[in-house]
Design a protein around this ligand. Structure first.
Ligand code: ZN
Length: 603
């Protein structure tokens, strides 16, 4: 294919943010920002709660907060870009540390706004939201008010935050420290014994050799068993602290806070889980296929992330080819997305060069001041990296569509964050699968990627949710022992995996080895994932069925993600009801076709 895309440069342009790092323009910008925040904060903290008399002053504070927050995020994005592109730059690290103080001040300003809105009477609050300058961010004001109303009095929240440093925060740090230093003595299939850092265990458990996977699982289990009582104490303390705070904050159920953060209702969560239960045999069939391919009666927990088919990476895919693959997939299915991707390349918004000192991973970031997006990744010529590029381009497109909204109406919950990225991936995978002349092996590999993703979202994430729910229920009555945690975990695995899991194939210590259960900032770091995955699957199925006429609705949906709850957002733009299991079933059923195709290709 001859390239009409400008793919030559794979280092991003940062000079549109600031001409140079730590130069006079940068310094002047940060200094003015600091002074402006200090002034706004002093005025806001001296003001009483919102009422009819001070409505004008609070309107002024609210719009100033929005502008200051945008300017702060412009600087944060810039510093984040510089530090991922060169982790060895100490001057950038110092600037990040210095700027975190500015961010702390802006979050205090947000705190004052929350206080003013949550203490206001209903009529005064309604009048505030109805002002023309503020009405387009009504959802954000309502969320702030609700957030404030769920808080304890300021002094108690302050005490809880201070005690949390040596309380819940300390338990989280203990987990990180203990887990971070763990290693284990592994007996390799050839009989040699080597010490392996725990951080490598997950990659070893995805090794093509089943003997290596099994050894990494078995031997890597030992440190978790040795430290199980300490880890159980940490988990109990995390849940216990949350329980105490929830009671004080009048959040009666342990799911209230995670559901509020996800901007969704319990009815929606129940519908989602009900759909998975009804159609659990679909993801299970992907695992039966995996068992058949590896010649066993069932799979073990250590088989779940292992591909059965080799990646078609014998021919490396150049950056130029990768850009053309993504561009032509986007351009033929969704021309506006194709044009946007070409624009990103032309304007050098993508950083993909393989250089030393880059931080690992990939992300999309943006500046609300420039109204521009950036993609960060490191490209290594593999098909996985091409998929990552499409994923991040999907995120960027979501942000680009939100430019038409004011900054405060662009902030969406985690539940709605992965729709556009998965949609971008689906377009690419679909195009790759239907390439003429694609070899049988390559096609089977692509289908297996879908299968791996599918059963991980539809079985593994629900296991985590089920385990965590049962644990929180039992924790209400007192401490839960390590033995009981293992029982709860094995039960949850059996419930979702059924007989696809071979006898004794459970991982009862998954509660200890999975870091997600020990995150101190949020609990239930699981169901938003399956929500995002199934929502994007359901929307992509509608796109396949309805064709291009679906795209205006899809774009309206993405633009609305920062302005309403998940339920309202989907209902108002797509006319669908996510509180019914039928909505979610559409996403699960779309998974049948690739599994059937993989089945016949590997029969
Ligand atoms: Zn993503």
């Amino acid at each position: 294919m001859t390239s009409t895309l400008q793919t030559a440069c794979c280092e991003w342009d940062t000079t549109r943010f600031f001409p140079e790092f730590d130069g006079p323009v940068y310094r002047g910008y940060v200094d003015t920002l600091r002074t402006d925040i200090a002034r706004a904060l002093a005025e806001a903290s001296a003001a009483s709660a919102l009422c009819a008399e001070n409505e004008g002053a609070w309107k002024d504070t609210a719009t100033r907060f929005e502008a200051l927050d945008s300017r702060a995020s412009h600087v944060s994005t810039y510093l984040g870009m510089l530090s991922s592109a060169d982790t060895s730059n100490d001057a950038v690290k110092n600037a990040v540390a210095a700027f975190s103080l500015v961010l702390a001040e802006i979050s205090k300003l947000r705190g004052e706004l929350i206080r003013a809105l949550s203490e206001a009477g209903a009529e005064d609050f309604a009048a505030f939201c109805a002002q023309p300058e503020l009405a387009t961010a009504r959802w954000t004001w309502e969320r702030m008010r609700q957030e404030g109303q769920k808080r304890m009095p300021v002094a108690l929240e302050g005490l809880a935050a201070d005690l949390g440093v040596d309380g819940i925060g300390a338990w989280g740090r203990l987990y990180e420290k203990l887990g971070g230093r763990m290693d284990f003595s592994m007996t390799w299939p050839d009989g040699s014994v080597r010490t392996v850092p725990m951080a490598q265990r997950r990659a070893l458990m995805a090794d093509p050799s089943r003997a290596i996977r099994g050894a990494a699982f078995r031997d890597g289990q030992v440190p978790w068993i040795t430290h199980q009582d300490t880890l159980a104490s940490a988990l109990n303390a995390l849940a216990g602290t949350r329980g105490t705070l929830y009671a004080r904050r009048k959040q009666p159920h342990f799911l209230d806070a995670p559901l509020f953060d996800s901007a969704m209702s319990k009815a929606t969560l129940d519908a989602l889980m009900e759909a998975i239960r009804r159609h659990v045999e679909i993801p299970r069939s992907a695992l039966r296929l995996a068992a058949r391919m590896q010649g066993t009666n069932g799979v073990a927990f250590f088989d779940l992330e292992a591909p059965q088919l080799p990646a078609p990476d014998a021919n490396p895919i150049s950056w130029d080819e990768a850009c053309n693959l993504v561009h032509s997939a986007f351009a033929s299915a969704y021309p506006a997305l194709g044009n946007y991707f070409a624009e990103m390349l032309e304007k050098r918004w993508i950083e993909s060069a393989a250089r030393p000192h880059k931080s690992p991973g990939a992300y999309m970031t943006c500046s609300p001041v420039l109204n521009e997006e950036r993609i960060y990744m490191t490209y290594h010529d593999t098909i996985h990296d091409v998929i990552t590029l499409a994923h991040e381009a999907g995120h960027a497109w979501h942000t680009a569509l939100l430019r038409s909204r004011r900054p405060l109406a662009r902030q969406y919950p985690m539940t709605l964050a992965e729709t556009a990225s998965n949609f971008g991936e689906s377009i690419l995978l679909h195009a790759l699968e239907s390439q003429p002349g694609l070899s049988k092996a390559h096609r089977a590999w692509l289908l297996e990627q879908e299968a791996l993703r599918g059963h991980s979202y539809l079985l593994n994430i629900p296991v985590r949710f089920r385990f965590e729910s049962r644990f929180y229920e039992e924790r209400l009555a007192g401490e839960v022992s390590a033995t009981r945690l293992c029982e709860l975990m094995a039960e949850a695995q059996r419930e979702f995996y059924g007989n696809t899991l071979a006898q004794g194939g459970e991982d009862p210590y998954f509660w200890a080895s999975k870091m997600h259960f020990f995150i101190t900032e949020v609990s239930f770091y699981n169901f938003p994932y399956v929500f995002g995955y199934l929502l994007s699957q359901a929307l992509y199925s509608r796109f396949l069925a309805e064709g291009p006429s679906f795209l205006p609705k899809y774009e309206a949906f993405l633009r609305h993600t920062g302005s309403a709850s998940c339920e309202d957002c989907v209902r108002e733009t797509l006319g669908a009801d996510i509180t019914t299991p039928e909505f979610w079933a559409a996403g699960i059923l779309s998974f049948e076709k690739p599994i059937a195709a993989l089945d016949s290709l590997t029969a």
